[in-house]
Design a protein around this ligand. Structure first.
Ligand SMILES: [Zn+2]
Length: 178
């Protein structure tokens, strides 16, 4: 956990980077000022909103273990930024899907979900969609610059993971060569 600044195997990060997963040291970095922002600025309060964010980052660890991260990384060299962004979106949406799968089993096996928890996660997924963040930051939406997916896509994939609990259904790369 960090606030403001942290050094990782993936380089130095400021709070502006938000929470992230670093494949180099296989650690999840949780930015506490982002958590604060979720409550104060993004209007996404709730413990389960934060749980979704953490589960999304752990989802990136799963992708790393399964070799998906590596496959996507290899494309970075030979694709234009716009083309690569499409794969970045698929990778991010799959991490949202895995977060949903986690929520499914966390509830089944530990019975930790409370009334309104899934709504908190969906509200957070909605708030951190690229379209919504771009609209708020610049007043316009540039789909070519999306790296995480729209609010609707993020909610869709989280919900699908939660509803199915089936890791095989997280094929966000369908139709691509990954
Ligand atoms: Zn991510």
């Amino acid at each position: 956990m960090f606030r403001d600044y942290v050094a990782s195997a993936c380089g130095n990060a400021s709070a502006a980077s938000g929470p992230f997963y670093c494949p180099g040291d296989q650690k999840v970095y949780i930015d506490l000022s982002f958590y604060q922002d979720m409550q104060d600025k993004l209007n996404t309060p709730g413990d389960f909103a934060m749980a979704y964010v953490i589960a999304h980052e752990v989802g990136h660890h799963v992708q790393n273990l399964l070799g998906t991260t590596n496959k996507v990384d290899q494309l970075r060299e030979r694709l234009s930024e716009t083309e690569f962004n499409k794969y970045s979106v698929m990778l991010e949406l799959q991490a949202d899907f895995y977060a949903g799968v986690w929520a499914h089993y966390a509830d089944r096996t530990k019975n930790i979900l409370e009334e309104g928890d899934i709504e908190e996660a969906m509200n957070a997924a909605n708030a951190i969609g690229d379209d919504r963040l771009q609209q708020e930051a610049t007043g316009r939406v540039v789909p070519d610059a999306f790296t995480h997916g729209t609010s609707a896509q993020r909610m869709y994939w989280f919900k699908k993971g939660y509803d199915t609990g089936d890791i095989r259904q997280g094929d966000t790369f369908k139709g691509s060569d990954i």
